[in-house]
Write a protein that binds this ligand. Structure first.
Ligand SMILES: *[C@@H]1O[C@H](CO)[C@@H](O)[C@H](O)[C@H]1NC(C)=O
Ligand SMILES: *[C@@H]1O[C@H](CO)[C@@H](O)[C@H](O)[C@H]1NC(C)=O
Ligand SMILES: *[C@@H]1O[C@H](CO)[C@@H](O)[C@H](O)[C@H]1NC(C)=O
Ligand SMILES: *[C@@H]1O[C@H](CO)[C@@H](O)[C@H](O)[C@H]1NC(C)=O
Ligand SMILES: *[C@@H]1O[C@H](CO)[C@@H](O)[C@H](O)[C@H]1NC(C)=O
Length: 188
């Protein structure tokens, strides 16, 4: 490295340290005011037609005769929007699967990553899991972790179906997420 490159490198390091000092002193620290404690958005699932965002990938030979579709596995890549309107601003996508794992009442097991790719929280993810009986007015899923700005987060998502158009295979679900960050957690 020549002298100029070395000087530039030192200057850059210095400005990073100075810039981060105001947000807690640790160079990797995410400023608390960047980390939301509440998130609100809408999940859109279409499972019929050419452009379905959710598809059935497997089922048991007995799933069709089960009243709860026991054994059916769906994979989805669903848009998440700010407003209930499907054409409102996208904040990301929910990518994962749900499978019917209750033989007696309709209940889905959800395993998904919320991938934030809008201008807010770009590149960060939340990992969401839990039991989702879709006929209940409000369900609660666990937020078990995250990456990027959501590194080390935990919390829960309260969800409620706001549109159930099963004839066209289109569902909109409202999500209210409550997030908790541990003390001294640093960005990844
Ligand atoms: C699927 O998307 C394509 C391209 O956007 C569009 O031309 C087509 O009409 C859509 N099909 C359905 C069933 O919505
Ligand atoms: C279950 O029902 C669907 C829709 O009627 C049909 O497409 C599918 O082949 C059936 N699957 C089995 C395993 O019987
Ligand atoms: C949905 O949003 C789009 C763009 O923001 C707008 O043009 C459209 O009228 C809205 N539709 C409804 C039903 O609100
Ligand atoms: C099945 O669900 C019904 C209605 O929720 C409940 O009354 C019944 O006890 C359940 N049976 C079993 C075996 O869990
Ligand atoms: C989400 O929060 C809003 C505002 O407090 C409330 O109107 C709505 O009913 C909540 N929805 C769910 C599913 O918790």
């Amino acid at each position: 490295m020549d002298k100029l490159s070395l000087l530039l490198a030192q200057l850059l390091t210095l400005s990073v340290v100075v810039a981060s000092a105001g947000s807690g002193g640790h160079p990797d620290r995410v400023s608390d005011n960047l980390r939301p404690t509440q998130l609100h958005f809408y999940w859109h699932d279409r499972n019929l037609g050419d452009n379905a965002t959710g598809v059935t990938v497997a089922q048991s030979p007995t799933s069709n005769i089960s009243k709860t579709l026991f054994g059916m596995v769906n994979v989805f890549d669903d848009p998440l929007t700010i407003l209930p309107n499907e054409t409102s601003d996208l904040i990301g996508r929910a990518q994962g699967m749900y499978f019917s794992a209750d033989r007696n009442v309709s209940a889905l097991q959800m395993v998904m990553t919320l991938v934030f790719n809008g201008p807010k929280y770009f590149g960060s993810t939340l990992i969401v899991m839990g039991r989702n009986p879709p006929d209940d007015l409000v369900r609660v899923l666990a937020i078990v972790g995250g990456t990027g700005i959501f590194h080390s987060v935990t919390g829960y998502a309260q969800i409620s179906t706001v549109l159930d158009a099963s004839s066209i295979g289109y569902y909109i679900v409202e999500y209210n997420c409550t997030l908790t960050y541990p003390e001294n957690s640093y960005s990844s």
